[in-house]
Structures are given as C-alpha cells and as structure tokens.
Design a protein. Structure first.
Ligand code: CTP
Ligand code: MG
Length: 168
C-alpha cells in the first residue's frame, strides 16, 4: 500500500538526494569513468568522464549519512532507508541526464538548463514513487524551485573554491 509522507518527511527524504548529487564535485575531476571510455552508436561518449564510480560512492555515502541524520531527528528509521533510496535515484537520474546530454552532442560539463538542475531530482522522485511513497505535492514543487536556484549557487561556490573549472 502507498504511504503518504508529511511535508517534513518529504523534505527529510528528498534533501539527501540534493547532497548526493552535489558531493561528487569534491572529487575534483578524479575517478574512474563509469562508462570506461565507451562510445555510443552515435560516436559520442556513452556518459562521458564526468560520471565516475568514485562519484557514485561519495554521493551514496554523503546522501545516506544525511538520511540517517534526518531519520534520527524525526525518530523513524524508515526515513533513513527512503533518503538513501532517493539518493540512489538522484545519482541514477544524474547519470541518465549525462546520457541525454551526450546524445544532444553536449560535452561533459556543458550547461543544459533545466536538465542539469532537475535530472537528479526527477530520479529521486521516481525512485520514491516506485517504492510506493507518495510525497506532499506542495513541498515537492517548492524543492524543485530550490533545485533550480541552488544549482546555480552551489556551482558558483564550487567554482570559487576551484573545485570546478566553470561557474555553471
Ligand atoms: N561526478 C562524478 N561522478 C558522478 C557524478 C559527478 O565523478 N556520478 C563529478 C565529476 O567530476 C563531475 C562533477 O562531479 O564533473 C560535477 O557533476 P556534474 O555537474 O553532474 O557533471 P558535469 O561535469 O556537468 O558533467 P555532465 O555534462 O556529464 O553532466
Ligand atoms: Mg550534471
């Protein structure tokens, strides 16, 4: 049976995906590409060098840590599991986003407005939906707006910290 989350629970299970999505930038472009340099039938990289095993692990580690923290605050262990699931969904969405970007002929790191900001968020939502979780719709929309705004801010911060070469 589907479970409907409160606004607070909705935030608690979605914010870990934000952290999971943002943390791989700490790798500073190191890491083994998930696609191992594979090329798709269009002659372009399958995913490109911006999606790595290490990035996946860092994202999962940070995302699940935040999920555990929120679950402790709320006092429900299922929040930790759902936050980890949403982090995994977010990381998968980001990978799918990279696949789409490569098919559009965009180089690794090239900006793709909306797709860049919402690929991980959609992935997180789909993962939770498939697990039978129904979220508070107003909170989902507010966090989508936050994703659109935060992406610009965090990328600018990462650029200033020299973690990224470009401010987007
Ligand atoms: N990253 C990683 N592994 C992942 C996701 C991200 O190593 N699974 C790292 C990469 O160094 C990447 C950086 O985090 O460059 C920022 O992530 P993102 O902005 O999603 O990648 P882009 O550089 O924009 O690459 P793409 O165009 O493929 O999205
Ligand atoms: Mg991206």
């Amino acid at each position: 049976m589907a479970r409907l989350l409160t606004p607070i629970e909705t935030i608690a299970v979605l914010l870990p995906a934000f952290v999971a999505n943002a943390s791989p930038v700490l790798l500073q472009k190191k890491g083994k590409p998930l696609d191992r340099g594979a090329v798709f039938i269009d002659g372009r990289p399958l995913l490109g060098a911006g999606k790595t095993f290490e990035g996946l692990l860092i994202g999962l580690a940070y995302g699940s840590t935040i999920a555990l923290l929120f679950s402790a605050i709320i006092g429900s262990f299922s929040i930790a599991l759902l936050g980890t699931l949403s982090s995994l969904g977010g990381l998968a969405g980001d990978i799918l986003g990279a696949f789409v970007k490569r098919r559009l002929g965009l180089e690794r790191g090239a900006p793709a407005p909306v797709l860049d900001q919402l690929d991980f968020y959609s992935g997180a939502l789909i993962a939770l939906y498939l697990a039978g979780i129904r979220l508070d719709i107003v909170t989902v929309l507010v966090l989508a707006l936050l994703a659109l705004i935060l992406h610009k801010t965090t990328n600018m911060v990462a650029y200033k910290l020299r973690l990224k070469d470009v401010p987007w």
